[in-house]
Each structure stands twice: as structure tokens, then as C-alpha cells.
Ligand binder design. Structure first.
Ligand code: NAP
Ligand code: MG
Length: 495
């Protein structure tokens, strides 16, 4: 297959930059805009409508109106499915453009966007669309003469606030189950990455989603995000982002209308490699991609590697061989191994962690901020060994291509150190001993424990965390539970 000319596709894009409210493309009521930059070049991409509380009010009002009208919320599930599957087809036809947009917007390798991220987002939308006309209710075991019908009903208006690391996926993970279940949605994308969410809303209208059912308001977290979190007419708020901001959403809800809050927050995911792992080469492939994919800007990034002392040197050597495949380069060039960091600010934060790491641990490789063609914010793939489990780089989420290697002596010690974290999103274990695989995975505190693979994701499997990694689960039929309430109708009849 001939690879498309990604630079050419990028030049041909027209990036929609107005909010989508009530089925219309509108400027912010204030007229204000903010500049969205390409982090790989530092060049401006477009001026984007800067929505704030007033725009959020308008979006929530249109979402409520659509919900109450029943035009979507009371439409037969099979009919909602048809509209969403039309949207799937429109998105599938645009995978190259959506991939180039995502790459320009936040620096991701276009190869990963087109080969994985964007097709995955489309598949997840399809999965939820196909699920919705297969959800059955229950009948309660009541005494003769009584009938208890228990149904799952949509909540009403769902607010969604998402981050920049997988912009379209994060939007779809929230919107797909919420829309399929019949809710109306107001989505605020991250300020660094508004474009694919805006295009998603535009395509949804084209697919026949009634106006007002999906609204997208770009803007800043402190204004637009907070307004959504505090809105008295939003029934549920689904958030993906940092733990610090997740805590704010709990406060917003408590200080407003007690809306349901679902949080997918940070992580510091451990990988444990035991000496009985038969294929250390395959394990090293997984560990390297687990920390370097998307420049390590992955909530479930495998950022803590626990390796048994007897294989530590061998395993680090295997990782070093792989590092050459993850060198920074132009994200639109399919030969590049690592894209740009999302912005200069975030790159500086990651570099601060690297400087901190240099003080107590051994730098095995990387450690530098670099440019590509003299421009942009890039960071070399970085590995520290001899990391103390108490070190900052072993405890804090760095959200960059930085791996901390910690050695262990026995299984108990590995489990204890792996669980010693405020997070509990994902974990991996590499072993060929079946008993150990079960024993260790049952003792690790993480929403997903993977054996002999790192960070597998599928629409069929719930994704989310324990502890300060959040609450609730995205993906799978359990995501639908978040956007519906159980409603009982108790009928008494004459026998
Ligand atoms: P972030 O700063 O928490 O931002 C996430 C979203 O919240 C953005 O839309 C942001 O708007 C908004 N926001 C920021 N401050 C806010 C406030 N005071 N009130 C209301 N909304 C506010 O996170 P990020 O830096 O974009 O993304 C990285 C984080 O996301 C990491 O911690 C990562 O682990 C987490 N993450 C978790 C998952 C998961 O599934 N568990 C997946 C991906 C990422 P602005 O864009 O204007 O700041
Ligand atoms: Mg942010």
C-alpha cells in the first residue's frame, strides 16, 4: 500500500474552530479566541472560539431542550443506533484527515494516529452504537399482583471534560455510550487539542444527530470546564485528566447540584518482570512501547519497571536496543519514532522531573530536550536505573517518555512496591509461571492487570482505576451504566 503524503494532507485541512451549540457553528459570545499551536513546529494552526460560562449556559440549555423534546432521548434504540452507525461511516471515511489533524494539534506521530488511535476511536463508537439495542431491563421477583419493571434510562444532560493526549478517543469514550443511551452531551475538549472534537460534532450533525444533542464548547478549564462542573442543570459530569483537576470536579458537584461525577485520572503504572519470563525480548518490546508510545503522555503509561535483580542488566540492555526506534522526529514523517510533547510548558515540566531524577538515580539513556529541524518541543526517550522507590520520579506521574527502573529481590517485595502508590490504574506482570501470573495479578491494585502484555485496550474491556486514578469505568457495557439510571415502575394489578 502506498503511504499517503501526510504533509500534503495536513496542508489541505480546514480546521473548524467555532463552537458547536444547538446545531450551529458559533463564535464565543465574547468574541474572544485563543491560538492553537502545532507543538512540533511552534506554528499557529488556527484561532479557536474561547467559550466561557455564558457559552456553556447556552450549550446546556440547548442540550436540555433536545433531551426534553424526546427527539433523541425517546427515539427507539435501534434508530439511535442507525444514526450513530452513519457517523461511524463518515468518520471511517475521514481517518487520514482526522489522523493528520490530531498529529498537527498535539504532536502525536501520524503513524500511530492513523494506524491505531483514530481507527480505535471509530471502532469504539461502533461498539457502543451496536450495543444499545441489546440492553434488556429486569423484572423484579415481587408477590403475585405486583410487577416491578426495572429499566435503564438516560440521565439527561451529560457534561464531558477531556484531556489532550488522545483527543478524539477521550471524546468518543465519553460521548459514544452517553449518546447511545439517549443523553444529550456538552463536551469541552482540552485547550491544546480542540479540532477533532469539533469535527466529530460536525460529522454527527451530518449523520443526522438532532441539533442540540451534541454540543462542543472549546475553551479553558478554569472558565468553561468549571462552568460545566458547577452547572445546576447538568446531571452527570464525566472527566478524564489529572488527579488534581478530578478532585476539583468532586468539589464543583458538591457545591452545586450533586451531579454524578465519573473520573478517569492519573496513573503511575507498574510493570513487574520476573526471571521466569521466557521471552524477555518480547517483554522488552512491550515495556518500551508501554512508556514511549505517545511520548509517554498516556495515563496508563508503564512508567515504573520492577525487574528482578538477576535479570536487571540483561533487561536494561534489551531496552537500550529498542530506544533507537523511539528517537524524536517530524510527527508527519512515518519514519519518526517519537513525536512532540504537547506544548513547551508541559515539556518544561517533564524536564524538571528529569533534572530531579539525575540527583538520585543513574541516567541510562536520554535526558535531553531537543528540537527537530530546529523547532518544536521534543524530549529524548529517557531511562533511569537504580531508582529508589521513594524517589519523586518513582512516585509522581511525569506524563513523558521517562522510565524509572527499580530492582526487586522477591515476589512479595515486588508486589508491595508496585502497590505503594496513590494511583491504581493499570499494571503488568511478565512471567511464564501460571500460578504466579494469577497470584500476582490478584494482589495488584489496578483496574486492569495485564499478563505478558502492557496496557491492552479493547472496547469489550472496562478501563479505569482504583484509588486516586478515579472512579467508574470507560469502555465496555459498564460504561453505559455510568450514563443511565435504574428506574423502577411498580405496577399493582387485580388478580
Ligand atoms: P488536566 O490539566 O487535568 O486537564 C484535563 C481537562 O480538564 C482539560 O479539558 C482542562 O482544560 C480541564 N481543566 C483544567 N483545569 C480545570 C479546572 N480548574 N476546572 C475544570 N476543568 C479544568 O489534564 P491534562 O494535563 O490535559 O492531561 C493529562 C492528565 O490526564 C494526566 O494526569 C493523565 O493521567 C490524565 N489522563 C487520564 C486518563 C484515564 O483514562 N485515566 C486518560 C488520559 C489522560 P484546559 O485544557 O483548558 O486545561
Ligand atoms: Mg491542561
Amino acid at each position: 500500500m502506498i503511504s499517503p503524503d501526510w504533509h500534503e494532507i495536513s496542508r489541505s485541512l480546514t480546521l473548524g474552530s467555532r463552537a458547536v451549540i444547538g446545531g450551529r457553528f458559533v463564535d464565543a459570545h465574547s468574541g474572544r479566541t485563543f491560538t492553537s499551536f502545532n507543538p512540533a513546529t511552534g506554528e499557529p494552526l488556527a484561532e479557536v472560539a474561547e467559550g466561557d460560562g455564558v457559552d456553556i449556559d447556552a450549550a446546556v440549555a440547548s442540550a436540555r431542550k433536545a433531551f426534553e423534546s424526546g427527539v433523541w432521548s425517546r427515539r427507539a434504540p435501534a434508530e439511535r443506533k442507525k444514526v450513530l452507525l452513519r457517523l461511524v461511516e463518515l468518520m471511517r471515511a475521514e481517518i487520514p484527515e482526522l489522523s493528520a489533524t490530531e498529529s498537527l494539534d498535539m504532536g502525536k506521530l501520524v503513524r500511530d494516529a492513523a494506524g491505531n488511535d483514530i481507527p480505535a476511536a471509530v471502532n469504539i463508537l461502533q461498539w457502543h452504537a451496536e450495543e444499545i439495542d441489546k440492553v434488556y431491563g429486569e423484572m423484579a421477583p415481587l408477590p403475585e399482583g405486583n410487577m416491578g419493571l426495572i429499566r435503564r434510562v438516560p440521565l439527561g444532560v451529560v457534561g464531558a471534560v477531556v484531556p489532550w493526549n488522545f483527543p478524539l478517543n477521550m471524546a468518543v469514550w465519553k460521548c459514544a455510550p452517553a449518546l447511545a443511551a439517549g443523553n444529550s452531551v456538552v463536551l469541552k475538549p482540552a485547550e491544546q487539542s480542540p479540532f477533532t472534537a469539533l469535527r466529530f460534532a460536525e460529522l454527527a450533525l451530518e449523520a443526522g444527530l438532532p441539533e442540540g444533542v451534541l454540543n462542543v464548547v472549546p475553551g479553558f478549564g478554569e472558565t468553561a470546564g468549571q462552568a460545566l462542573g458547577r452547572h445546576m442543570d447538568v446531571d452527570c459530569l464525566a472527566f478524564t485528566g489529572s488527579t488534581a483537576v478530578g478532585k476539583l470536579f468532586l468539589r464543583y458537584a458538591g457545591e452545586s447540584n450533586m451531579k454524578q461525577v465519573w473520573l478517569e485520572c492519573g496513573g503511575k503504572s507498574p510493570v513487574i518482570v520476573f526471571p521466569d519470563c521466557a521471552d524477555l525480548e518480547a517483554a522488552a518490546d512491550q515495556v518500551a512501547s508501554g512508556i514511549f508510545y505517545n511520548q509517554g503522555q498516556v495515563c496508563s503509561a508503564a512508567s515504573r519497571l520492577f525487574v528482578h535483580e538477576t535479570i536487571e542488566k540483561t533487561f536494561i540492555d534489551l531496552l537500550l536496543k529498542r530506544v533507537t526506534a523511539y528517537q524524536p522526529g517530524d510527527p508527519l514523517d512515518t519514519r519518526s519514532g517519537l513525536g512532540a510533547m504537547v506544548d513547551a510548558n508541559h515539556a518544561r515540566n517533564v524536564m524538571r522531573f528529569i533534572e530531579e531524577g539525575r540527583k538520585g538515580a543513574a541516567l541510562v539513556t536520554g535526558g535531553n530536550a531537543v528540537t527537530v529541524n530546529g523547532r518544536g518541543s521534543f524530549i529524548e526517550p529517557t531511562i533511569f536505573s537504580d531508582v529508589s522507590p521513594d524517589a519523586v520520579i518513582a512516585r509522581d506521574e511525569i506524563f513523558g517518555p521517562v522510565l524509572s527502573v527499580i530492582r526487586f529481590r522477591d515476589e512479595d517485595e515486588a508486589i508491595r512496591m508496585a502497590n505503594d502508590s496513590i494511583y491504581g490504574l493499570a499494571a503488568s506482570v511478565f512471567t511464564d509461571d501460571l500460578s504466579r501470573a494469577h497470584r500476582v495479578s490478584s494482589r495488584l491494585t489496578a483496574g486492569v492487570v495485564a499478563v505478558n502484555v502492557v496496557d491492552p485496550v479493547s472496547p469489550t474491556v472496562p478501563f479505569g482505576g482504583f484509588k486516586q486514578s478515579g472512579s467508574g469505568r470507560d469502555l465496555s457495557r459498564h460504561a453505559t451504566e455510568k450514563y443511565t439510571a435504574l428506574k423502577t415502575t411498580w405496577i399493582r394489578y387485580r388478580c
